[in-house]
Each structure stands twice: as C-alpha cells, then as structure tokens.
Write a protein that binds this ligand. Structure first.
Ligand SMILES: C[S@@+](CC[C@H](N)C(=O)[O-])C[C@H]1O[C@@H](n2cnc3c(N)ncnc32)[C@H](O)[C@@H]1O
Length: 308
C-alpha cells in the first residue's frame, strides 16, 4: 500500500495543534466544541490515510457487528454485572455468571473492546470504561438498546424495501421495513400490544430525547395566560407535559395517547404539578374532543402513518 508520509505528518501536526487549542480553552474554563471536532476530523483523516482500502471498505460493510455487540451487551446486562462486581471481571467468570458459551462471549467482547465500549486491561479481563459507565445510565442505555436492536433489525430490511418500491416514496398502503422485520406489525401496534418490554424501552427512549431539544426553546409558553390549556397529542407517558407543568404553573395539560401510559415512578413530579396534568385515552385519527385548547402539541407524531 502506498503511504504519503508527508501528508500523514502534516495531519499529525494539525492534530497536535488542535489538542493544544482544545486543552487551552478547557483550562481557560471554556468548552469550544469546534476544537474537539477539529481533533476528531483530523484523526479520521489520518485513520483513512493509513488504512488500506480493503480494511476501510470491509470495516464499513460490517458496521452492523458493532450494533450486534452493543445489543448483546445490553441484552445480557453485562455492564450491570461488571458494575456489581466492582467494574472488572475475567472472560471465564463472566461466561459462568451469564451461562453463555465462552467463544461467543469472547467474540462479543472483542468487538466491544475494539470499539472502546469496554476496556481490557489484561488479556480477557474486561473493565468498565467511560463509555460503558455512560451506558449504565438507564435512559442512555434505552436509547442505545433501541438503536442497536430495533434499529438494526428494521434497518436490515431497508435495501429490500427500496428494491420492492423501486426507490420511490409510496403514499399508498405498503409493507414497511419495520413490518418486514417484526412479523408484519406496525411500529406502535408492536410496541403496545406485542412486546411491552420493548414498548417501555421505547417510551424511555422518547423521554430521554428532550434533553437535547426542548420544545419550550422554540415556543413561548410563558406568553400563555393563567388557565391556558395545552393538549399533548400522542404524548406518551407525559414527559413533556410534566416538564411544562413544572416550568409554567399557569398551565393545565392534557396528555393524550392511544392508551393511558402513566409516567415511571422515578420521574413523577410534585403532587401540585400533577394536579394540572390529566391523562386521556385518545386515538389521534379520531376527532379531537378537547375543543378550544390554547395549544395542541404534536411532538414527534407526524411521521409515516401510511396504513398497511
Ligand atoms: C414517537 S412517540 C412521541 C412521544 C412524545 N410526543 C414525544 O415527543 O416524546 C409517539 C407517541 O404516539 C403514540 N401514538 C401512536 N399512534 C397513536 C394514535 N393513533 N393515537 C394516539 N397516540 C398514538 C405512541 O403511543 C407514542 O407514545
């Protein structure tokens, strides 16, 4: 393989400079995300430069190995087991605790170690690292688990789906890639009626999303007067409504969903706040029966609803 040493050195120097800039801004008490990004971009360029095309292309084609490894890690609650054991266990001990084949576990752990999800301080001794510590947070774990499990399975059918639809977006009834992967059930039917474990995990996934994108950052709820009513259509377990009721004491909120799903106990707000939040069963394909509300909140519900 040809290797351009001068180009690699130049990227290496750029990385060094970016690391210094990033360190200086952190030391000065400023977090500049662009500095971190320029380190990562330059590292990726260097990685591409020193990797053979065969390795690069085959790594990309086998990206699903990563999702499979994350999914198994979470299915087996392997990180919880490591945490309970003080953060470190050998392959043999882990295999015994889980009751799974050691060669299979070894394969999974190799992928997790190579993707830096798990540390390996000694051969076949596994240790929690900063990424696995992050996954010990149940909300972050729900997001990663949903992507690695449901996302991977449904995603595997997308090429097939695109071949079937000849690359067009259909507005007539059709079988989606999710349905192809999950026994012909629609997304919500599956999560509501077929697999309630995945259903609860999906609700946690949705409740963890607002951290990065708060509705109140782009709608002036403080302009609404006392007694104003907000209807949270398809509001799940009511995470937006509970937050809005906490932040805006003048509001009353109605959480509507196809079934009444109460919030998990750890997220329940004060009683005085909950007095202003009501839960209603309502199918949003039916006529709205809360008439004249001040706001109808439609958050993350206007997606593909083509009937199958
Ligand atoms: C993607 S989640 C969005 C939850 C929340 N609005 C948010 O932004 O985080 C979609 C929600 O719509 C609900 N849903 C799906 N179909 C529905 C229907 N026909 N009528 C009412 N709710 C429905 C689901 O149960 C789920 O809670």
């Amino acid at each position: 393989m040809s290797f351009n040493v001068a180009e690699a050195e130049s990227i290496g120097l750029q990385i060094l400079q970016s690391i210094r800039d990033y360190g200086d801004s952190l030391n000065a008490g400023r977090e500049v995300p662009e500095d971190a990004l320029s380190i990562l971009t330059a590292c990726k360029e260097l990685q591409a430069l020193v990797t053979s095309p065969a390795d690069w292309v085959f790594q990309m084609s086998t990206a699903h190995y990563r999702s499979i490894a994350v999914c198994l890690l979470l299915d087996w609650n392997l990180l919880g087991i490591l945490a309970k054991a003080g953060g470190e266990l050998s392959l043999g001990r882990l295999g015994d605790i889980l009751g799974v084949s050691k060669p299979m576990l070894r394969c999974t752990m190799r992928e997790c170690v190579s993707q830096k999800i798990i540390g390996e301080p000694l051969p076949e001794v596994y240790q929690l690292n900063k990424n696995s510590q992050f996954l010990l947070d149940p909300e972050m774990s729900a997001i990663a688990h949903h992507y690695a499990d449901v996302g991977l399975r449904a995603g595997a059918y997308i090429p097939d789906y695109i071949a079937r639809t000849k690359g067009s977006l259909l507005d007539s009834p059709h079988t989606t890639s999710f349905q192809a992967a999950f026994g012909n059930h629609s997304f919500y039917d599956f999560h509501r009626n077929v697999d309630q474990t995945r259903g609860a995990r999906f609700d946690t996934f949705m409740e963890s999303c607002p951290r990065s994108e708060l509705i109140e950052s782009f709608f002036p709820f403080n302009n609404l007067g006392p007694g104003s009513v907000v209807v949270d259509v398809g509001g799940g377990r009511g995470h937006h409504s509970i937050r809005l009721a906490t932040e805006y004491p003048q509001l009353s909120l109605v959480v509507q969903d196809c079934e009444i799903k109460m919030p998990p106990t750890q997220s329940v707000a004060e009683e005085a706040v909950l007095e202003r939040v009501k839960w209603q069963q309502h199918d949003y394909f039916n006529e709205q029966h809360v008439i004249g509300a001040d706001v109808y909140l439609l958050s993350n519900i206007l997606m593909d609803q083509t009937p199958a």
